[in-house]
Design a protein around this ligand. Sequence first.
Ligand code: AKB
Length: 315
Amino acid sequence: MKRVLVTGAVGQIGSELVVYLRGILGNDNVVAAGHTKPPDPSFRESGPFHFIECTRIESVADLVKRYRIDTIYHLAAVLSASAEKDPQRAWQVNMGGLYNVLEVAREHQCAVFTPSSIATFGPGTPLDKTPQVTIQRPSTLYGVTKVSGELLCDYYFKRYGVDTRGVRYPGLVSYKTPPGGGTTDYAVEIYVEAVRRGRYTCYLRADTRLDMMYMPDALRAAVEIMAADPRRLKHRNAFNITAMTVSPESIAAVIRRFIPEFCLDVDVDPLRQGIADSWPNSLDDRAAREEWGWAPRYDLAAMTHDMLVNISKRS
Ligand code: AKB
């Protein structure tokens, strides 16, 4: 049985990935590691939880040795909008943390999953159906750390044989744990505010197109790529994956099928609009489909229905 460590376990992806992996591998085989934010008590009681500091290598190494970890899902990172506000800290956490995880993985023969992002693309990248292999010259610090991370993971595979794999996530939508400090966060807020107040003021222009994915698909992707037959993988770090291309106005239109009076207002935040405008409108994920059978299950309509039902139950 695999023994897994999840860093960033209290974040948007981590808090759901831990539960998902515990369902597959058993509670005791999935060690959750957060930084400072306290986890939900039920989540903490369901299996091992520790606070760690990824920028301190011993902190990562101690857990890997103590639990005889063989796979690390390294999710701890500062997201795009927060990274622009404190680039120095973002570099330390995103690059320092990844470097430590890779070093520990090299020494203890662990496989490593690292999420990359649509943020690795920049103004010079083809905007529509962005190819798997293309220009990656991002204009954000977050994007710079994610491209560097992809390269570093490839290096550790080629040089040391560390089994590194990853995907380039689009914006992720979920109702359980809110995202924090990202440019795509609006795609969660819009549903929460639609249920609570029947209106939402978006910080992006209503026609801003970006790819998104519903969390159940994102979790499945993380597990499927780590289980993929390595002989089929021509790319490793990192695969374009996507589920839908949306804009604030296209999400609002689908929300109105359920909440007809829903009203979308716009008050543009120049920082996040600038970041969104530098990212692709849509991704080409054929390499992931061909090399490890990637296929999303949720489109915009299915995701919207599920989000609204679940947020209503929790409100
Ligand atoms: C962000 O908006 O920063 C993230 C991402 C696209 O990586 N959700």
